[in-house]
Design a protein around this ligand. Structure first.
Ligand code: UDP
Length: 160
């Protein structure tokens, strides 16, 4: 079957997905990983760390100067996060669909933020908003050798 599906052997799109300190403290790591895993996406990088303020500020550089920026940086560096790289077809866009809206109260049930959050400043999870952002964020949080390149034995059952 694998020989009939060469596309599943090539590197697909990558997204940077991060469980923020609130998601970690609330015990949502396994649920969030399970959602991406069951969808068919492939985990290629994962680490637990307490981000420095400098790293948090770089990650959210596009928001520098906005009123919520200092609180956002403080919050992200207030405890451990789970930084991940997920691979798969349209993982950036569909990952955002799985995550939901920035404001959890505007995010439908079935989405991660809709199911688990209330306030925008405690919205559980980050996901890259474009392929270009994903590339920048992955380079910021991971070294190339920290990303695994492999083909799951289930690939031909996920991709036609
Ligand atoms: N944020 C906030 N207050 C706001 C807007 C954003 O605390 O008024 C936080 C929120 O945690 C959000 C993050 O800043 O996830 C980044 O904002 P962005 O607009 O990029 O939203 P996202 O891409 O995470 O949905």
């Amino acid at each position: 079957v694998l020989a009939d599906a060469p596309a599943c052997l090539e590197r697909e799109e990558l997204s940077f997905i991060m469980i923020k300190p609130d998601g970690v403290q609330r015990g949502l790591i396994s649920d969030i990983i399970a959602r991406f895993e069951r969808k068919g996406y492939k985990l290629v990088g994962i680490k637990v760390l307490v981000p420095t303020q400098a790293l948090a500020a770089k990650h959210y550089a596009e928001h520098d100067g906005k009123p919520f920026f200092p609180k956002l940086v403080n919050f992200l560096s207030s405890g451990p996060v789970v930084a991940m790289v997920w691979e798969g077809k349209s993982v950036v866009k569909y990952g955002r669909t799985m995550i939901g809206a920035t404001n959890p109260l505007a995010s439908p049930p079935g989405t991660i933020r809709g199911d688990y959050g209330i306030d925008t400043g405690r919205n559980i999870i980050h996901g890259s908003d474009s392929v270009e952002s994903a590339q920048r964020e992955i380079a910021l949080w991971f070294k190339a050798e920290e990303l695994a390149d492999y083909t799951p034995s289930t690939a031909a059952w996920v991709y036609e």
